[in-house]
Write a protein that binds this ligand. Structure first.
Ligand code: DGY
Length: 327
């Protein structure tokens, strides 16, 4: 039987050449340009899929692919995949960690600076031809030196964000919702980045930056109650997943002046954006570009190729997120 690999999207590497060199005779299908998805594609004899976060890999899709051995997701986030269903079907799921850590932290840091210093508002003012010249009180922002950055989710990207903030003279705290019960209100003084509870972090931080995956625990983590704990000079940055934030509550807090600003790269219903956020001058809106550098996207695609080749060659792939037997 012919081994078959299907990618949902064009990739910045030559997947066809790489897979065919490693596993001769493999049929590899990659769209010529852009994202085509898997709808309407016959997956009945597919051995491997290369997916994007745009592709919902759920039980229904897996049923269409009874021969599937691996899904290589070109993202670190795997909330688009029903990992439980894949594991039950013996399908390996791989993601692309590490290579996007610095790029995503750079974007999060850029959003923090842009939100604090009102760069989006300034840019719009200038482009509208409405700038009448320097003024002592024009577009006053919030200084960051000496302020506290609270990081929710202290994995690779959260730690990369912390390094940048420490170099900028900020104090840094972190929290992990999974540890809250264990902390029981106490701060854990692990220098230079102590751990506090999520609620404590929202109360003391000047900037809260989300770096947690979207899970049932983190869905809606930033809600009306937590936003109310933030300082009116506070800033929220989100480069993780939109579903971690109650966007209506955020828009309300911003538009009521109960929060200074937000810098967002991700949204609950992408590409739709909550109208209250679009209406707010104080939100810097980026179109989910955390990992969007040429170097990073190329490395992400390469990790997907490596994962597919490993599984098709009977080897354990490097970034396997579930515990399955590799055939
Ligand atoms: C990811 O990897 O999860 C990002 O959201 C896209 O790079």
């Amino acid at each position: 039987m012919v081994v078959r690999v299907v990618a949902s999207s064009a990739l910045p590497i030559d997947l066809v050449a790489q897979v065919q060199a490693a596993v001769p005779g493999t049929q590899v299908e990659v769209p010529a340009a852009g994202h085509a998805g898997f709808a309407g594609v016959n997956l009945s004899d597919a051995d491997a899929l290369v997916s994007l976060l745009l592709d919902r890999i759920d039980a229904a899709l897996l049923e269409r692919a009874p021969n599937l051995r691996v899904v290589a997701n070109c993202a670190v986030g795997i909330d688009n995949i029903d990992v439980g269903a894949a594991t039950a079907a013996g399908i390996a799921v791989c993601n692309t960690p590490d290579v996007l850590t610095e790029a995503t932290a750079e974007l999060a840091f850029a959003l923090m600076l842009a939100a604090a210093r009102r760069i989006g508002e300034g840019e719009r003012l200038v482009r509208a031809g409405a700038w009448t010249g320097w003024a002592l009180d024009q577009l006053l922002g919030v200084g960051l030196t000496g302020k506290t950055l609270g990081i929710v989710g202290f994995g690779r990207i959260g730690q990369a964000m912390a390094r940048r903030a420490l170099a900028f003279g900020m104090r840094v705290l972190h929290a992990d919702p999974r540890d809250d019960a264990m902390l029981d209100g106490r701060a854990v003084t692990t220098a230079p980045v102590p751990q506090v509870t999520v609620d404590e972090l929202f109360a003391v931080a000047d900037v809260v930056s989300l770096h947690c995956p979207l899970t049932p625990t983190t869905a809606g983590l930033v809600d009306t109650r937590r936003l109310a704990r933030m300082k009116p000079t506070g800033i929220l940055v989100n480069t993780s997943r939109g579903g971690c934030v109650d966007e209506a509550a955020l828009a309300e807090a911003l538009n009521a002046g109960r929060l200074f600003a937000a810098g967002l790269d991700v949204y609950a219903g992408e590409p739709a954006i909550h109208p209250g956020l679009l209406a707010s001058e104080r939100v810097v809106l980026a179109p989910h570009i955390g990992s969007a550098t040429t170097e990073t996207r190329t490395q992400m695609a390469q990790l997907c190729a490596d994962a597919v080749i490993a599984v098709l060659s009977g080897r354990r792939p490097a970034n396997l997120v579930n515990d399955v037997v590799i055939r």
